[in-house]
Every structure is written in structure tokens, then in C-alpha cells.
Design a protein around this ligand. Sequence first.
Ligand SMILES: NC(=O)c1ccc[n+]([C@@H]2O[C@H](COP(=O)([O-])OP(=O)(O)OC[C@H]3O[C@@H](n4cnc5c(N)ncnc54)[C@H](OP(=O)(O)O)[C@@H]3O)[C@@H](O)[C@H]2O)c1
Length: 219
Amino acid sequence: MTRRIAVLGAGHVGPVIARVAIAAGYEVAIAASGDPERIALVTQVLIPGAEPRWAADAVDGADVVVLAIPIHRFPAFDPALVAGKVVVDVMNYWPPVDGVVGLFEDHRDGSSELVQDRLARSAIVKTLNHLGYHELEDDRRPAGSPDRRALGVAGDDPGAVDVVAEIVERIGYDAVRLGSLRAGRLLEPGGPVFGVALPGPEFELAVGAEAALETRSST
Ligand SMILES: NC(=O)c1ccc[n+]([C@@H]2O[C@H](COP(=O)([O-])OP(=O)(O)OC[C@H]3O[C@@H](n4cnc5c(N)ncnc54)[C@H](OP(=O)(O)O)[C@@H]3O)[C@@H](O)[C@H]2O)c1
């Protein structure tokens, strides 16, 4: 069972993920790209209870790592840092914001597949990327609420998908498993559920048969 989460990225979405994770009962360490002193104040004010750390220290001892950095910074990210970890990829490739990033210009694969190729010793799970950081906090609902929103959870390692789906459920969303990291392309910008708030059954319809074949988590 996941107890401790490391959030890499202390910009817009990282602190919100950290905050909702703490509210769900997880221990959270958060890191930016450098000295944790630089995020100490923002952590104290915006994410009470989170521990600001160097990235390596945050990852060390974490059960799950959330990668919430701008994707144009990813090519310089050290894969060894997260080797052996379940990594939640919340990054989106959006050239108007990120600029053109060569690594992600191979459109035969989804961005998370390309992340998995580079982080070969980690288990990548794509989720939390297809809603805005402000919604992530506001749209949470207790399990069973009629207006509880669904989030897609895509990965190739079923155990890692289970681990991340449980986090998604605990923070306040229905987890819809998509069956493969490749199917995670449905969660990307321009896909059928990007930026769209849908309850589980409608979410499954929107992503089509691929998701509908999977069992929706009901923890
Ligand atoms: N904004 C949203 O609503 C939203 C929602 C879902 C998904 N996303 C995706 O989430 C990602 C982050 O978005 P954002 O809007 O939060 O970006 P942002 O505000 O630009 O976040 C930048 C943060 O990432 C940190 N960072 C960069 N490289 C790092 C590294 N190697 N290790 C640890 N931290 C590192 C930066 O640290 P330094 O300051 O030290 O460089 C900074 O704290 C993007 O890929 C975006 O597409 C965003």
C-alpha cells in the first residue's frame, strides 16, 4: 500500500497534487530542480505538511513518484533518479507552451510511451494530465457521489496501474483503467477526454471500447 509520494515539480500542478495527496492521507515530499531552500516558503504556505527535499531525497523512500515537470525539461531528466519506481507521468507535450521538443516529435507513440522508453527501469503510469491544476482540487468528490469525475489511468504494468488507480480513487476520482500506456494517447491534448469533466460511464464511452473493456476501480 502506498504511504509516501514524491512530487517532482513545484510549479503549477505539482503543489496541487501534493496538497490533494496530503488531504488523502499520504506523506508527501516535493522537489524542484535544485536546492529545497528555494521552495521551503512556498511549501510551508501552499502545501502545509509536505516536506521540501532535493529530488533524490524526495524519491528515496517514496513508494510512488509523480513527474510534474515541464516536458521540455524531461530530456535532461536523469533516468537513474527514478529507477525501480512507479512513476506517474502527468506531463503533456504542448509545443505552443513547451516549444518543439525533438524527443516528443515522433507522433507514432504517445508522450508517455516515449517517457517509458527513456525511463526504462521505471513503471510509467499516465494520469492526472488531462485536467487543469485548479480543477484537480475543486472537482474531488467522495466515492459514490453522483457527480464524481473519472480520470483515466494508463500503463503497461498492471501492478503499477493498480497502485496509481488506488491513489486516484483516494484523492477523490473514479479511476478508469485504459489497459496500456499506448491507450494513454486518448488522455493527451486533442484526445476525447482532455479537459472534459465526465463521470465514469461517460468517460468510458468517450474513450471507447478500449477503456470500456477494462474494469473500473471500485475501491
Ligand atoms: N498546469 C496544469 O494545469 C497542468 C495540468 C496537468 C498536467 N500538466 C503538465 O504538468 C507538467 C508541469 O506543468 P506546470 O504547469 O506545473 O509547469 P511549471 O509551473 O512550469 O513547473 C515547473 C516546475 O518543474 C520543476 N522542474 C523542472 N525540472 C525539474 C527536475 N528535473 N526535477 C524536479 N523538478 C523540476 C521546476 O523547478 P525549478 O524552478 O527549480 O526549475 C518547477 O518547480 C507539464 O508537463 C504540464 O503539461 C499541467
